[in-house]
Design a protein around this ligand. Structure first.
Ligand code: RP5
Length: 179
């Protein structure tokens, strides 16, 4: 794929083969500010992943090519983030048998309510696992993708457990009254 298609591939040291297992796609460069949190979590957990801009309405051919080749290329899960009338996750899910997790990106006009409803209200038959709007959704999509992969990867399961443990340990017993 050409550089102009803004491809970014991240290989993680802990991944068995280095081949991407998770595809993180987004409708626009502007979505990166949100979707980078998904990539960050995958990076920290050592999950091999790739990051692409794939717009359902601006680059429909790219979307078809990406989704239809995803399984054959070895991807196991796709995380798709989009804002506005966010048809990207649903269209992606319609073109692949892989599990697709949708992240509603916060739009300016409606604060991501439009994105959320577009992604979550899939008619029966083509599921999209829909996360929260914005950063929390991006983080949780990555954690969910890792949890799916961890079902068949004991090393990753341990990393996920350690991640949770660090999160738990970081919660103080009492609030800092100065903060
Ligand atoms: C969607 O429209 C994208 O997912 C993005 O969230 C939104 C706005 O895109 P830009 O106008 O910033 O490219 O396609």
């Amino acid at each position: 794929m050409a550089a102009k298609e803004k491809r970014m591939t991240r290989r993680s040291a802990g991944a068995k083969s280095g081949k991407p297992l998770v595809g993180v796609i987004m409708g626009s460069q502007s979505d990166w500010a949100t979707m980078r949190f998904a990539a960050e979590i995958l990076e920290n957990l050592g999950v091999a992943h790739e990051v692409r801009i794939v717009s359902a309405h601006r680059t429909p051919k790219r979307l078809f090519d990406y989704a239809q080749s995803a399984k054959g290329r070895g991807l196991k899960v796709i995380i798709a983030g989009a804002g506005g009338a966010a048809h990207l996750p649903g269209m992606t899910a319609s073109l692949t048998e892989l599990p697709v997790f949708g992240v509603p990106v916060e739009s300016q006009a409606l604060k991501g309510q439009d994105s959320l409803l577009s992604i979550v209200q899939m008619p029966a038959g083509i599921p999209v696992g829909t996360l929260a709007i914005g950063k929390a959704g991006a983080i949780n999509a990555a954690l969910l993708a890792a949890a799916v992969l961890a079902l068949n990867d004991a090393t990753l399961a341990k990393r996920l457990a350690a991640h949770r443990q660090r999160q738990t340990s970081a919660v103080a017993d009492m609030p800092n009254r100065e903060g």
